[in-house]
Design a protein around this ligand. Structure first.
Ligand SMILES: [Zn+2]
Length: 510
């Protein structure tokens, strides 16, 4: 799926990740230290394809409580120059889950495990601390909405110098965002989360860690607020309770809001909002590409969606992983992902496109446009909360991307054609596991899914392809796919598969 043929930008590069053991850490104060887990990445031999990592989506809504991210293992072989993407559905991370999860290795003060109150006295203490903490949070949230910097900073512990600096950046960041709402809600106590030496360091009469739900909604982009859980350190001194950190004891897999990771630049296009942590990048340039992607998607999908895209541009891969709540190095070879910024996947959740800075940059202009169009298709079709099979979600996203940016079949389906010419015609439409990062046939999975969608479009017309997608997406029935094959396309999956196999052979010249 190299889209760069003929443009003088053919990359043909393969990235081999050395899987460095570096782990990202969260210092007690200040921004999380940005480890560089992929420093050892080397560019090697030619390859054609891009990898994606597609987690299995929860089969039912009820399963959400226990469903967590399954981003898979690192893929050793990956190519640049193709739409590398994934539908990343953020997993539900309940507070109990946080308490059960291992603390980030190396994070300060992680020797003590969070506990929940178990006796009436402890419960009463928890209520008392919540009553002390919530007003502080309320003051912060009000200050953000009222644009009162002084009030916001007055909630910060005067002794917490590093956090004071971080708080100033956070306040400035939030001021750059078109916020419709911003709320902080005290959720629970993490009794015992702060080790005695940390408590001694904080001083005051009392200090503790609480989990706080932060929610914010972007005017013009979000129909529901984004939600994340932040660990907030409180300290009481001289009778006043302050905040002393927003990043203490982050556990692996806990997502972090982009505005809490460092200073951001915000660019607003006609239909897109780009939030960048990379001061070297011109966020406006990316807004132009995102605007084009929105337009390209609307041309195929129609205008019956919000027609807006929010793009996050981290400066480092580790920041991307923080935003996604992914383990370090998970996304070493993924150029961009689409994620719902909510604890549970659902229609209407705010969806973000998150770029992996290094790979995204290396894709070149045309490649970035393809990737953004692919991801924006996922946004339009709410793929983060959809029952459509992955072959249809990914194939359709590539169909839209390659409709916007013309690509030669021979290069776009290189791996698949090679297999078909060797007599290995896929026996079925690619199953979900074929899209896992560990899948050996990942390029073929994307290529064959794309050509399945293209076949539908060529034979029935593009509008039928969209209708088919929408029918499967809207279906609540386990037979939704079979029903759509019958009612929209007048065929069966088996018949279609046979036609598609013939189509692949014909395209490959077999
Ligand atoms: Zn995708």
């Amino acid at each position: 799926m190299t889209p760069l043929t003929g443009a003088g930008e053919q990359r043909g590069a393969e990235v081999i990740d050395e899987q460095s053991g570096a782990r990202a850490q969260s210092p007690v104060d200040g921004f999380p230290e940005q480890a560089s887990p992929s420093e050892q990445t080397t560019i090697q031999i030619p390859a054609q394809h891009a990898a994606a990592d597609a987690p299995k989506r929860p089969p039912t809504f009820e399963a959400l409580g226990t469903w967590t991210l399954a981003h898979g293992t690192l893929l050793r072989r990956v190519a640049l120059g193709v739409a590398i993407s994934v539908v990343a559905v953020t997993g539900y991370v309940g507070l109990q889950k946080l308490a059960d999860a291992p603390a980030e290795p190396g994070a300060p003060g992680n020797t003590a495990q969070p506990q929940t109150s178990s006796t009436p006295d402890e419960a009463a203490e928890g209520v008392r601390r919540a009553a002390a903490g919530q007003p502080v949070l309320q003051k912060m949230a009000d200050a953000v909405l009222n644009e009162s910097r002084g009030s916001f900073l007055s909630t910060v512990d005067p002794e917490a110098k590093a956090f004071d600096e971080q708080a100033r950046t956070i306040y400035t960041n939030l001021g750059k965002l078109p916020l419709a709402t911003f709320q902080l809600r005290y959720v629970s106590d993490d009794t015992g989360a702060l080790a005695p030496d940390r408590q001694a360091e904080l001083g005051g009469t009392e200090s503790w860690l609480a989990q706080v739900e932060v929610s914010w909604q972007l005017t013009g982009y979000d129909t529901k607020p984004a939600r994340e859980t932040l660990p907030v350190t409180f300290v009481t001194r001289d009778g006043t309770t302050y905040t002393a950190s927003f990043s203490e004891r982050f556990v692996a897999g806990q997502r972090r809001p982009i505005w809490a990771l460092g200073s951001i630049d915000v660019a607003e296009g006609d239909d897109s909002l780009v939030i960048s942590l990379d001061s070297q990048k011109d966020a406006d340039d990316y807004a132009v590409v995102a605007d084009r992607a929105v337009d390209s998607v609307s041309r195929v999908w129609g205008k019956n969606w919000k027609q807006k895209a929010v793009v996050y541009l981290p400066a480092k891969q580790s920041e991307m992983e923080y935003v996604l709540g992914a383990q370090p190095n998970t996304y070493t070879q993924i150029a961009a992902v689409t994620m719902a910024e909510l604890d549970s996947p659902q229609v209407g959740a705010p969806v973000r496109i998150v770029a992996n800075p290094k790979l995204f940059e290396e894709l070149g202009k045309q490649g970035r446009r393809i990737v953004l169009t692919h991801e924006t298709t996922h946004v339009a079709s709410t793929a983060t909360a959809s029952p459509v099979p992955l072959w249809l979600a990914e194939g359709f996203a590539d169909y839209v991307a390659f409709t916007a940016v013309s690509v030669q079949d021979e290069s776009a389906a290189k791996e698949l054609f090679k297999a078909v010419r060797a007599g290995k015609v896929p026996r079925t439409l690619p199953p979900p596991e074929a899209f896992a990062a560990s899948s050996a046939d990942l390029p073929q999975a994307y290529e064959s899914a794309w050509l399945a969608c293209r076949l539908i479009s060529e034979r029935e017309g593009q509008s039928k392809l969209v209708k088919f997608y929408r029918a499967v997406h809207a279906s609540k029935s386990p037979t939704g796919l079979a029903d759509a094959f019958r009612t929209v396309l007048g065929t069966t999956e088996a018949e279609f598969t046979a036609d598609w196999q013939k189509y692949l052979k014909r395209l490959a010249g077999v």
